[in-house]
Design a protein around this ligand. Structure first.
Ligand code: 13P
Ligand code: SF4
Length: 348
């Protein structure tokens, strides 16, 4: 039963003590989050991995790229485990190495040495390594502005992988007009732009997106505003430019939590992000009226693969001295990827 499983997880946690660390991303289910030693957005969880050098086992409740990052930022004696290997991120899979090499070569031919690559942390370790090798940095939704500013101090233009929306929203925020951005299509291997003077393009956006945040639409916002003009709309910057434009606030999962936390009782909020987080915010703020921006709650199916049975199973394997689902990024990849991660972690 659920109670028995919870009981067992508690027992193992107690038994392993500080040898075990369970980080949990804000999109995880409550049945998992209740056992997390620390919860956070992607940046906080990466910082945590960098700072913790004592836990022997890190059971990462989140998705594959987050566990890879944790592996790369911890010491070799620490073991990072993902409770279900199928917990990937569809956005991270939208840029592979071969496509990136082709894009880089073609873009170099047009722009020479004027481009710096940046990658959203929602990417594979290989892509992070590519970016690290070429002088670039990783980005999360909570430091994107600062990292882009840094990047523009290094080079004239940016190649932003793999989420076009976070790239576009952040560059727009920094005052770059939409005309000065273009999408790189990895299927067609070409830049999608109506412009002749491509030399004026400063932000090259990889054609990737999040299938969860894509579900929050301009139509959702229009019907909500019509129904109740007082509702404040807050979304994650993985939503499209149009959606962010029409919203009142946009930011990382931590930003969304903090903003609603700080709001007055009685205020009304529509939230454009993953379902488990929206549900948790609703439960924790009964004094505020909170709903999902899309009336059909939007789950991240891969985040949801980590559930109580998988968490228990992976803890039992550790208890028996036979951990499974170990995430090990090859050393050659780690060396370069860590350059990109470190550059990000140093930018304030
Ligand atoms: P945060 O860094 O805002 O937690 O976002 C991670 C993510 O995957 C959003 O879809
Ligand atoms: Fe990836 Fe989107 Fe899920 Fe975040 S919500 S992990 S970007 S698929």
């Amino acid at each position: 039963s659920k109670e028995e499983m919870e009981q067992r997880v508690s027992e193992i946690k107690h038994k392993l003590g500080s040898r075990l660390l369970i980080p949990g991303h804000h999109y995880q289910k409550d049945e998992v989050i209740q056992f997390a030693d620390i919860t956070g957005d992607s940046l906080q969880l990466a910082q945590l991995a960098q700072q913790n050098s004592s836990a022997e086992y890190i059971v990462f409740c989140g998705v594959h790229f987050m566990a890879e990052t944790a592996d790369m930022l911890t010491t070799p004696s620490q073991t990072v485990v993902l409770p279900d290997m199928r917990a990937g991120c569809s956005m991270a899979d939208m840029a592979n190495m071969q496509q990136t090499e082709v894009a880089w070569e073609r873009l170099q031919a047009v722009y020479g040495d004027t481009i710096i690559p940046l990658t959203y942390v929602n990417s594979t370790a290989e892509i992070k390594a590519f970016v690290g090798r070429h002088g670039g940095a990783t980005v999360t939704s909570s430091n994107a502005r600062e990292v882009l500013k840094w990047a523009f101090r290094q080079k004239e233009r940016i190649l932003f992988l793999p989420d076009q929306h976070l790239g576009r929203n952040t560059a727009y925020d920094l005052g770059i007009p939409l005309e000065d951005m273009a999408v790189w299509d990895p299927e067609l291997n070409e830049l999608v732009t109506g412009r002749e003077d491509v030399q004026n393009i400063r932000v090259l956006l990889w054609k990737g997106h999040c299938s969860v945040h894509e579900k929050f639409t301009v139509e959702n916002i229009r019907s909500l505003r019509e129904r109740d003009p007082e509702v404040k709309i807050i979304v994650h910057p993985e939503c499209s430019r149009e959606v962010v434009e029409l919203s009142d606030y946009a930011g990382s999962t931590k930003y969304i939590i903090d903003t609603i936390q700080a709001a007055e009782p009685g205020t009304k909020w529509a939230v454009g992000t993953e379902m488990n987080l929206v549900q948790r915010i609703m439960n924790q703020h009964k004094d505020k009226q909170i709903e999902s921006l899309n009336p059909n709650m939007c789950p991240c199916l891969t985040m949801n693969r980590i559930d109580l049975p998988h968490l228990l199973w992976s803890l039992e394997q550790i208890e028996q001295g036979d951990p499974v689902g170990i995430i090990t990024v090859p050393e050659a990849v780690t060396v370069d990827a860590v350059k990109a991660l470190d550059r990000m972690l140093q930018i304030r």
